[in-house]
Design a protein around this ligand. Sequence first.
Ligand SMILES: [Zn+2]
Ligand SMILES: [Zn+2]
Length: 133
Amino acid sequence: MNRASGLVWILFVAMLGVGVRPAFAGQSVALTCTASGCGYTGTADLGGGFMFEMKTGYCVRCSRFTSVTWKRKEPAIKPIATVWAPMTGREESIYPCPKCAQPFLAISSAAQFKFCPKCQRPTIKSKLLRMYD
Ligand SMILES: [Zn+2]
Ligand SMILES: [Zn+2]
């Protein structure tokens, strides 16, 4: 490999990195609980796409991850409330589940998939299924 093609390769790898990914790219993740005897599996969509915005969280009434979406050119859906979350140190928003209106806390990054919603243990493994715009 000569120097120039090596540089192109490095740029290519850098572009695949998370840092230069457009902020609007959404992702679908598969969630699996690794605790013995639990067996929780689920999927969640996070982050929205090029045309729409999405807020995702776990609905305790539906027992599944749910999300609210709206088109970017339309007015944003207003959260029911905004609270300061001790576990992130930031203000986090609470939205209504579109199916049952139960409030859910919006997840802001895939790194927050940690605790299992079924057995409450920190045994959730998340796997990226796909990215979308
Ligand atoms: Zn619900
Ligand atoms: Zn579990």
